[in-house]
Design a binder for this molecule. Structure first.
Ligand code: FA5
Length: 340
């Protein structure tokens, strides 16, 4: 007969689940000890068979419960052992999570827009598909005006065009607002320019327009100097050069000393030592009068700047195409910049 105390001892002495399983098969498996006794039942007389059957069933239940208890004991001691080894330090920093972030060009634009919002400018937008009227005519460039050639234009089949600059937003704003007007208008522009280090066929511009009584060139210069200092810091050299745009008089261009070559000359600044970042000027009286703004009472200044070129200067980026390529090796360098 089975010695239950001896078996209990054997179970107690096992230390792994594998050992225990081998013992369980030996006792309770199909070819096991208990089954061999059960098979012999049929040879016993009827009365004895019943009694012996009940005894064996009880024995089976007891054996199963002993084995199951041992399984639980081994599993929980194994878990405890593991927990001791794998202690958790809640003060460790979490794994770096790869979250998306705003494209660097949008962050540069936002920074510029914030500088002007602090000066009281309101942000507005205009359409990328424009008419000749807004892109040229209302800006003092009637049909066949030679200045239209300054902007190599993509024309669409429906007679419209892709705006070559954000200056049409000036006109749309003057149409529906009376002075004082103080707006900033960022947006995409398109030109058939030959691509090079500082020219792309698709690029952004940010237009600024201020119209009020008594606005003069000194206000324009002061505003631009304030902007350049906020963007590049006090030490960055900036120069104003007289220039021509049909919708301003006088007109100027602003250039910033090239940070790539420190002014010595390189492909980014086309060997000039300076990178032009914006066109500016006093709004032409003709442009104001066309929008029924009395140019004897009101005057204004406007400028349109290229945020890619500004970003190139801030970060020493030597080619404008990096802004469009979306190469993660480039974009990931700006993870921690411009978080305002
Ligand atoms: C203009 O587009 C005028 N509308 C600016 C203006 C506004 C003048 C208001 C007076 C009053 P310009 O073509 O120079 O000007 O372009 C202005 C700026 O846009 C440039 O200084 C440059 O920073 C940027 N830009 C122009 N063309 C490109 C291009 N192909 N790729 C990248 N940036 C460009």
């Amino acid at each position: 007969m089975i010695d239950i105390d001896k078996i209990k001892k054997q179970v107690e002495q096992t230390s792994t689940l594998d050992e225990l399983e081998a013992l369980r098969i030996n006792l309770l498996g199909r070819q096991g000890v208990l089954n061999s006794y059960l098979k012999e039942l049929k040879n016993l007389p009827l009365g004895e068979r019943k009694k012996r059957g009940e005894e064996l069933n009880l024995l089976k239940e007891e054996l199963e419960s002993v084995v199951n208890k041992k399984i639980e004991a081994i599993t929980s001691s194994f878990l405890l052992e593991r927990l001791k080894k794998e202690s958790i330090d809640p003060y460790l920093p979490p794994f770096p999570i790869n979250i998306g972030r705003m494209h660097i060009i949008n962050r540069i634009i936002n920074k510029i827009v914030h500088i002007f919002e602090r000066l009281g400018y309101e942000t507005v937008e205009g359409p990328e598909v424009e008419t000749e009227y807004y892109n040229f005519e209302a800006l003092n460039m009637p049909a066949h005006h030679p200045a239209r050639d300054l902007w190599d234009t993509f024309y669409l089949n429906n007679g419209k065009l892709l705006r070559t600059h954000t200056s049409p937003v000036q006109i749309r704003t003057m149409e529906s607002n009376r002075p004082p007007i103080k707006i900033i208008a960022p947006g995409r522009c398109f030109r058939k320019d030959n691509p090079d280090a500082s020219h792309s066929p698709v690029f952004y511009q940010i237009e600024v327009l201020y119209i009020d009584k008594g606005v003069n060139f000194a206000h324009l210069k002061g505003t631009l100097e304030y902007f350049a200092r906020s963007m590049f810091g006090r030490d960055q050299e900036v120069k104003f050069v007289l220039s021509y745009f049909p919708f301003v008089e006088p007109g100027a261009e602003v250039a910033v000393k090239c940070v790539i070559c420190k002014g010595r000359g390189c492909i980014t600044c086309k060997q000039t030592g300076w990178l032009e970042i914006l066109g500016a000027g006093m709004v032409h009286p003709e442009v104001l009068e066309r929008q029924n703004i009395n140019s004897k009472i009101y005057s204004g200044f406007a400028f349109g700047m290229g945020p890619e070129r500004i970003g190139m200067l801030m970060y020493g980026i030597n080619h404008i195409r990096h802004f469009l390529d979306n190469d993660l090796r480039f974009l990931n360098q700006f993870k921690f910049h411009l978080e305002d």
